[in-house]
Design a protein around this ligand. Structure first.
Ligand SMILES: Cc1ncc(COP(=O)(O)O)c(C=O)c1O
Length: 392
């Protein structure tokens, strides 16, 4: 296959292979394995959203749309932003529909970053954040999320990572893989840094609705003074159990949205018309499905955290958001990848090694608890029978 490698553009060499997929692929077709790897809610898409999609097909919403999406769908996003986030955005100029959060994140990097610029990314963080920077030709600069701070980002760590080349900071709170939430105080300080050093914040809101704190965490996009410096990427994937529908929305300054819409035209043109209509129903319809999912994840979080805390060698605090736990497994005395492979091969429990999410994730594993309580209990039993013997 060397001839093939020679034909591939060099750009491909800089793009890291997703280490999550590496593990996930080993579980495909293995019914004997308890799969706690992929961040896919186990709920079905709510019925009223599915009905809206069927209606959209029947009524002929099956053609190309505006490259930013149907105006009605963007208006539904504007309504959601007003209702949930206190953000007033113009649906004509400041909002666009994208193919999932991923579509928005890539476009934001493509329009904001020049080759040689620096993009600050959370470490541990979502695997695609450094990949998007690499695709845009930028260098990603990791900023640590610390266990001592329950994996919330600290402004002082961001400040230490800022250089003259910093163009972008990716924020992700609640965070994948740790479930950490950045406090409102630190969010304000980080926004101040962006204004002072003149870099953009791209706020990845994939887990916006899954917080288990007393109040809804502050979104950088809700801070009025920072409007020119913040691009917020919303996704319906996790909030409405719509991972396969590939639909999300971006809100940001009109100049940036215009550039992203222009680029999207040459990429995918627009996200699927039917998914846009489904999103409209999701955003404007009853929100009790979201509340039900949040409650259910919260219960499962307690179940898994309490179970893990009883296993000798595991160190874990309850994460504040998302649907992952990120226990410290360094006591078992091996690389997180080796531990994950051992658990997969010897007890059939699939998790992801922390180092898949950056150097800061070494010594941890990510466990996704968006699975049934029965599976969580079974995995806990297998782990508690197996892991303590590795300490001896
Ligand atoms: C932090 C984060 N951002 C973005 C995404 C992308 O999600 P989607 O493209 O389905 O919206 C994910 C998916 O797991 C994620 O964890």
């Amino acid at each position: 296959m060397d001839w093939c490698r020679n034909l591939l553009a060099t750009r491909n060499m800089d793009i890291p292979v997703s280490q999550i997929r590496l593990i996930f692929n080993k579980t495909i077709g293995r019914r004997d394995i308890i799969n706690l790897t992929a961040g896919i809610p186990d709920f079905d898409t709510p019925d009223h959203i599915k009905r809206a999609a069927k209606r959209a097909i029947e009524e002929g919403f099956t053609r190309y749309t505006h490259n930013a999406g149907y105006i009605e769908t963007r208006e539904a996003v504007a309504e959601k932003l007003r209702r949930d986030n206190g953000i007033g955005a113009n649906p004509e100029t400041e909002i666009m529909m994208v193919a999932g959060g991923m579509g928005g994140l890539l476009l934001a990097n493509m329009v904001l970053v020049n080759p040689g610029d620096e993009v600050i990314v959370p470490d541990p963080g979502f695997v695609s954040h450094p990949a998007h920077a690499a695709i845009a030709g930028a260098k990603s600069v990791p900023v640590r999320l610390r266990k001592e701070n329950n994996f919330g980002l600290l402004a002082r760590d961001v400040e230490a990572a800022v250089t003259r080349k910093t163009k972008l900071l990716i924020l992700n709170s609640p965070n994948n893989p740790t479930g950490g939430i950045t406090s409102d105080r630190e969010t304000r300080k980080i926004v101040d840094l962006a204004l002072q050093h003149d870099f953009y914040i791209v706020s990845d809101e994939a887990y916006e609705q899954f917080y288990y704190t007393d109040h809804k965490p502050l979104l950088p996009g809700s801070i009025e003074e920072a409007r020119d410096h913040v691009v917020s990427i919303f996704s319906l994937s996790k909030t409405y159990a719509m991972t396969g529908w590939r639909i999300g929305a971006v809100v940001g300054p009109a100049d940036i949205i215009r550039a992203m819409v222009k680029l999207q035209e040459h990429f995918i043109a627009m996200p699927t018309s039917i998914s846009q209509k489904a999103a409209e129903a999701a955003l404007t319809g009853p929100q009790d499905c979201v509340e039900m999912m949040r409650r259910s994840f919260r219960e499962r979080r307690s179940l898994i955290v309490e179970g893990l805390q009883k296993i000798e060698g595991m160190e874990v605090a309850a994460p504040s958001g998302a649907f992952y736990v990120f226990p410290d497994v360094s006591a078992y005395g091996m690389r997180s990848y080796d531990l994950v492979m051992k658990m997969l091969n010897e007890i059939g429990v699939a998790t992801v090694h922390g180092s898949a999410f950056g150097a800061g994730g070494e010594g941890f594993i990510r466990i996704c608890y968006a699975v049934s309580k029965r599976r969580i209990l079974r995995a806990l039993k297998l782990m508690s029978d197996y892991l303590p013997q590795l300490l001896r």
